[in-house]
Ligand binder design. Structure first.
Ligand SMILES: NC(=O)C1=CN([C@@H]2O[C@H](COP(=O)(O)OP(=O)(O)OC[C@H]3O[C@@H](n4cnc5c(N)ncnc54)[C@H](O)[C@@H]3O)[C@@H](O)[C@H]2O)C=CC1
Ligand SMILES: O=C(O)C(=O)COP(=O)(O)O
Length: 528
């Protein structure tokens, strides 16, 4: 098998490339390309490792015909179109903790820089002035810091600010009272926060709910002389309003690490505003954080590409490196069962139930469900996989039910897939032989043992003497060699099933001839 290929398209610590190579991937580091250049190149890669500069748009994803995983060496993923990536079956991962301390420290540095006007004092001193009387700072001790967003980074900022003897209030709809007490912060609503805070620091992702959270109106009604720090995302603050309010003095000072448009235009209005300082999206830029996120993203991506392990994915459930090898044969079985149902069932499949029995019930069910759905929907789309299958199923209004039955039946492990069809529920079931070889053991209530592999012929007929000879002759006359012959029947003389594996695809003409044989009810060519 050829090695997975990974492209690192943003500046990343060299440890990332080293880990990819050590873990069995080929890696190219090509940074600074235009979106058009990236679109031309991306088709050859299985993995794309990025920071915030690469924008993974639908156009890039459409061109990424081999892409399986996008790894964000950092936290924010607003530069990746996750719904579109999901619809394309591409896993999106981030490294949610690797740079949080560093970013929190940057926010604290910004607070201190604003409090003492360090950047401007430095610039004028080095320019030959000694402007001692031009600068009068404020102490942070005893001041109130308002945190908008108290997740990983916000919590670290809170602990550092408390160490600086600030009082901390926080607005975060997902912050519980218990967690607020644990953090030593007071949970308040946004208006209260803005009316009480001397300093505000933003630590939310950019979403439809947080965009423009510091709007002109909110800034105008905030405590006069408020100082604002944004080390989260551009787009959270109305930049034009911020400039006006810095000029009027309503906002005493502001520090931005991030801008709505990055890089900002060289004549960005804020650049001429008083008491404004900024850094070029440096929140995560320390040696420690960059080593952390590079190692982590490469480990996670290589684990997925090489072993199927899933960690910190934003669009699929996690699957540990220990679980992945145990689940692999089950996913093979599940996909084949899904595919069998998809090929045999007619009409709209509105309800599907995936039942795990015995050993299978002890495993993480989500990947098994994803694989069944992927197999099932292969009939409708050739780009479906276990990442996008659950999304596609939802889009089609399919009701998916997972059932666990830890009780062991005839088989020590079993996966059963049942769909509701116009003729009532229809189910197929399979097991693993020797814990690794997928085997079909039942179709529509009839016991039959078969390997679902390659070209197959499925026949339902009336159980009567001579039929096997007739079908054997028919295939022989058409030059079709039978590899495997599997039989099952409901009862003697009743409905019987024949599942043959053959060495070549079966033509429509042969199907027609088989349909014409006496006692035949259904004939279908299957492909696995
Ligand atoms: N400047 C830089 O270089 C860096 C920036 N970041 C940014 O910082 C953001 C926060 O990172 P983490 O703390 O790790 O994320 P997190 O997910 O741990 O925390 C985000 C918090 O925001 C809260 N939140 C969501 N919607 C909200 C709303 N409408 N109002 C108030 N709070 C809301 C969430 O409940 C959560 O507690 C990231 O999304 C990223 O955009 C992260 C790393 C580096
Ligand atoms: O991790 C994040 O969310 C960041 O914003 C860091 O961005 P960067 O990797 O420095 O481009």
């Amino acid at each position: 098998m050829s090695k997975p290929k990974v492209l690192i398209s943003d500046k990343m610590d060299p440890n990332a490339a080293r880990i990819f190579e050590e873990r069995g991937c080929d890696v190219d580091v090509i940074t600074g390309e235009t979106p058009e250049e990236l679109a031309t190149r991306i088709g050859e890669y299985d993995g794309l490792a990025i920071r915030s500069s690469t924008k993974v748009t639908p156009a890039i994803l459409d061109a990424a015909t081999n892409l399986k995983v996008i790894g964000r060496a950092g936290i924010g993923v607003d530069n990746v179109d996750i719904p579109y990536a999901s619809s394309k079956g591409v896993v999106v991962m981030n490294t949610p903790f690797g740079n949080s301390i560093t970013t929190a420290e940057h926010a604290i540095a910004m607070i201190m820089a604003l409090a003492r006007q360090i950047p401007e004092a430095n610039a004028r001193t080095q320019a030959g002035e000694w402007p001692k009387s031009a600068f009068m700072g404020v102490e942070v001790t005893g001041k109130t810091l308002g945190l908008i967003g108290a997740g990983n980074i916000g919590s670290i900022v809170a602990s550092r600010a408390l160490g600086l003897k600030m009082k901390v209030v926080a607005y975060d709809p997902f912050l519980t009272e218990e967690r607020a007490i644990e953090l030593g912060v007071e949970k308040v609503d946004l208006d209260t926060l803005l009316s009480r805070a001397d300093f505000v620091s933003l630590h939310t992702p950019l979403t439809d709910q947080t965009r423009n959270i510091l709007s002109r109106e909110r800034l105008e009604n905030a405590k006069p002389g408020i100082r604002i720090v944004n080390c989260a995302r551009g787009g959270l603050i109305d930049e034009a309003a911020l400039k006006d309010l810095l000029e009027s003095g309503q906002v005493a000072a502001a520090a931005l690490d991030v801008f709505e448009q990055e890089p900002p235009a060289s004549d960005h209005p804020l650049f001429s505003a008083p008491n404004f300082i900024c850094t070029p999206h440096l929140g995560a830029s320390t040696t420690e954080a960059q080593v952390n996120v590079a190692l982590q993203v490469a480990e996670q991506m290589a684990d997925y590409l090489v072993n199927g392990g899933v960690t910190n994915a934003l669009n699929m459930p996690s699957l540990s490196a220990e679980e992945a090898p145990k689940l692999k044969p089950y996913m093979g079985l599940a996909e084949k069962l899904g595919s069998l149902v998809g090929q045999l069932a007619h009409g709209n499949l509105e309800k599907i139930s995936i039942e795990r029995e015995g050993h299978a019930a002890e495993l993480n069910g989500k990947p098994i469900t994803g694989a069944v759905l992927a197999g099932l929907m292969k009939c409708y789309s050739d780009t479906v996989n276990m990442v996008n299958a659950p999304y596609l199923a939802k889009e089609r209004g399919m009701e998916v039910r997972e059932v666990r039955n830890s009780h062991e039946g005839v088989y020590h492990t079993l996966v059963r897939v049942t769909v509701d069809t116009s003729q009532g529920p229809r189910s197929v079931a399979g097991t693993l032989f020797g814990n690794s070889a997928p085997r079909l053991v039942e179709i529509f209530g009839i016991g039959i043992e078969a390997d679902l592999d390659g070209h197959m012929l499925y026949i339902v007929n009336e159980d009567a003497p001579g039929f096997i000879g007739r079908i054997g002759s028919l295939l022989g006359e058409n030059g079709i060699n039978i590899g495997n012959f599997n039989l099952g029947r409901r009862d003697a003389g009743g409905e019987a099933i024949l599942l043959l594996s053959v060495d070549q695809p079966i033509s429509a003409d042969v199907i027609k001839q088989a349909c014409a044989l006496e006692g035949v009810k259904v004939v279908k060519a299957l492909e696995f």
